[in-house]
Design a binder for this molecule. Structure first.
Ligand code: ARG
Length: 465
């Protein structure tokens, strides 16, 4: 069955039928398609465009079809052109002429635009929930490690001491922004294009607002019929949200992979989330983290594909747009899977606190704190920096840490600038380096705890909606 056969006398080439068909991937949207059609029929009935009885008949039968698809009693025909054709065809087979009236004042162009929007609203909510779950896992680890000192890095070099809680909280902030981006994207997705027809609207007395309201679309109706059928910004926006989530996940994965090397030894992954080697019996590989890192590539690729499909497309609908679905569905599936597995992997990671603490004594991480100590005694910071730099060279030569230097030697380095007292040794412990940074956003345990508390209440707020 074709929805457009009347104009044609010749048959479509077999390969073109296959090439043109989208049912293999757009059948995913069957629920959205049926829901949109039910509300469209109800609007047609309410407006007297079809009879109320016809509207009722369509509604009931579409509902049956939905249930039967779900139970497996109806199998979606892979030879149909698309999901819209399949459902309308089945409906018409069952209820005759009333089914043929369903497409009054509608085109597949506004129909598919609605379907994709409804479907993606569901996808966004699912991803949001997966992100919130991951944030909760991160906060649990953070809360258990408020005092777990570890080196913080810049340029992958030991920089200053931080805590595992502070490091974890950094990722909680990234994923929080991801949730916010999804909410924002949702607002622009949850808008009804129905009534825009093929491109120029409809001559029937339709009630577009009724459709949007009945579907519960918070953004109301779109305001230009040509834009409505050719806008895929919301798909690109979501693909971009997905890409940013994967970028964040890939950074986290990279760190866990590095931390699980014998050189670092900061983390031991659970057996359930590691794999072995077929030849090297000793190996335990962080495959899950590597695979998530690798899947970032395909999600970026989908974003590029979508941007390129839409590039230079003239108004209004063009068949090119059918290419939007596989890309965004693939990103949706990939990201949700990655978030789920990653959260489970992270929750079972064993962080080796001793190794982290030990590493905090390697690489002169307390240099800044020594410089700050003498600066607070009146030495201009630039001079303090230079003195401390010379002190570090001295320590490297002697093979010792700053805290191993005697008071006399400290005072030699600072002579003419300030005196260094016994309290220096307390000021440059890793603990002091962390607790001394107690401003908002700093690593001090009480500040990290505040952030965790705030994040937990933020989650409560966000998941209420
Ligand atoms: N499968 C099509 C798509 O995804 C549905 C819309 C078809 N519209 C058309 N004018 N051929 O875009």
């Amino acid at each position: 069955m074709k929805l457009w056969g009347g104009r044609f006398t010749g048959l479509t080439d077999n390969d073109v039928d296959i090439f043109n068909s989208s049912i293999s991937f757009d059948q995913k949207m069957y629920k959205a398609d049926i829901l949109g059609s039910i509300v469209h029929a109800q609007m047609l009935g309410k407006q007297g465009i079809i009879t109320q009885e016809e509207a009722q008949l369509i509604t009931e039968e579409l509902d049956n079809i939905k249930n039967e698809i779900e139970s497996g009693a109806v199998v979606i025909d892979p030879d149909s052109e698309d999901i819209h054709t399949f459902i309308e065809g089945l409906l018409t087979k069952r209820i005759g002429d009333a089914g043929k009236r369903l497409h009054t004042a509608r085109s597949r162009n506004d129909q598919v635009a609605l379907d994709v929007r409804l479907y993606l609203c569901g996808a966004i909510t699912e991803t949001r929930d997966a992100l919130v779950n991951l944030i909760s896992v991160i906060l649990d680890i953070a809360e258990a490690n408020l005092n777990t000192i570890m080196p913080g890095f810049t340029h992958m070099q030991h920089a200053q001491p931080v805590t595992l809680a502070h490091h974890m909280n950094a990722y909680a902030q990234m994923f929080k922004r991801d949730v916010e981006r999804l909410f924002d994207c949702y607002k622009r997705t949850d808008v009804s294009p129905l009534g825009s027809g093929a491109l120029a609207g409809s001559t029937y007395p339709i009630d577009r607002q009724f459709v949007a309201d009945t579907l519960g679309m918070t953004g109301g109706v779109t305001l230009n019929s040509m834009d409505s059928v050719s806008d895929r910004d919301f798909v690109i926006e979501l693909a971009s949200c997905y890409s940013i989530i994967m970028m964040h996940l890939s950074r986290f994965c990279e760190e866990l992979i590095t931390w699980s090397t014998s050189e670092f030894g900061f983390v031991t992954m659970d057996d359930g989330f590691s794999t072995g080697s077929s030849i090297m019996p000793q190996k335990k590989n962080p495959d899950v983290a590597e695979l998530v890192r690798g899947k970032t590539g395909r999600v970026y690729g989908n974003l590029m594909a979508l941007l390129t499909v839409m590039k230079s497309l003239p108004l209004a609908y063009n068949k090119d747009m059918q290419e939007d679905k596989e890309a965004i569905f693939d990103s949706e599936k990939t990201v949700n899977m990655c978030l789920k597995v990653f959260a489970k992997m992270l929750a079972t990671c064993n962080f080796n606190k001793d190794a982290m603490y030990k590493a905090a004594f390697e690489g002169y991480l307390n240099s800044t704190d020594f410089a700050d100590y003498i600066t607070k005694r009146g030495v201009p910071f630039r001079a303090s920096h230079k003195i401390t730099g010379e002190l570090v060279v001295y320590c490297i030569e002697k093979g010792i840490n700053i805290e191993d230097v005697s008071l006399d030697v400290f005072n030699e380095f600072c002579s003419g600038y300030c005196t260094v007292d016994e309290d220096i040794y307390k000021a440059i412990t890793p603990e002091a380096c962390v607790t001394g940074r107690a401003h908002v956003g700093g690593p001090a345990p009480e500040r990290a705890q505040e952030v965790i508390d705030y994040m937990r209440s933020w989650i409560k707020e966000r998941t209420k909606e």
